[in-house]
Design a binder for this molecule. Structure first.
Ligand code: ADP
Ligand code: NI
Length: 210
């Protein structure tokens, strides 16, 4: 079995059963996005990028009960099952530790190019038709109303208020419509702008209907 297949399996075992928008289908779309973005960067380490794309949610605090324990388990599996050298494992976990949206709200974390590509690939999956599905899924899982004119969108998203309840429509204004402006790579920015235009059309139609 090649390394990436082993890594895909490790990621799949962990993602199975997720209903919060981080299931294995999300992982596979992020990997596909990363492959697409890699086309512009022939000298970047493909295996590092794709492995990190597969693993980026593996020990996320919101998805696992004990993030440190899950991280240690992942490092063990990468060394033993996938046969990755320690240095590669450290590069992967460095990117995962610094790439999430929540960790980049207050101060933007510097990422190596490989990490910038994975971050863009992950952020693209919050946009477009897929992004609409995921926002609704997340909001429904967390009991958010679809829309409530009495709850205005927050002017400023911070790490402290990001996980506080809001409405699903507010999430578009507070986060999703700002994502295109945070893309690292030109190709991702282009795709993000197209997907954002589609989401704006969706929200405009929603407002018109209600
Ligand atoms: P990440 O994108 O870093 O994996 P999140 O948990 O913030 O982490 O996002 C997962 C998905 O859920 C994204 O598509 C995101 O836009 C959506 N989401 C996050 N917070 C909310 C919210 N309050 N309401 C609706 N959707 C949300
Ligand atoms: Ni993700």
């Amino acid at each position: 079995m090649d390394q990436l297949t082993a890594i895909a399996q490790i990621a799949q075992e962990q993602a199975v059963g997720d209903r919060s928008g981080h299931d294995f289908a999300h992982i596979q779309r992020v990997v596909a996005n990363a492959r697409r973005l890699l086309a512009a960067y022939p000298t970047v380490d493909r295996t590092l990028v794709l492995a990190t794309a597969y693993l980026h949610d593996y020990y996320d605090e919101k998805l696992v009960a004990d993030s440190a324990q899950a991280k240690a388990a992942l490092e063990q599996k990468l060394a033993v099952t996938a046969g990755l050298p320690k240095d590669d494992i450290n590069q992967i976990t460095f990117i995962i530790d610094h790439m999430s949206f929540a960790k980049n709200i207050d101060t933007r974390q510097p990422l190596p190019l490989a990490g910038q590509i994975v971050q863009d690939a992950d952020r693209l999956d919050a946009l477009g038709a897929v992004g609409i599905f995921r926002a609704i899924r997340y909001g429904a899982t967390h009991g958010s109303p679809d829309y409530d004119p009495a709850i205005p969108p927050r002017q400023q998203l911070t790490a402290a208020n990001y996980r506080q309840p809001s409405t699903i429509i507010n999430h578009f204004y507070e986060k999703l419509f700002t994502l295109a402006g945070t893309m690292n790579t030109p190709a991702a920015r282009q795709m993000a702008e197209e997907r954002t235009a589609f989401m704006k059309q969706f929200v405009a139609e929603y407002m018109a209907e209600i």
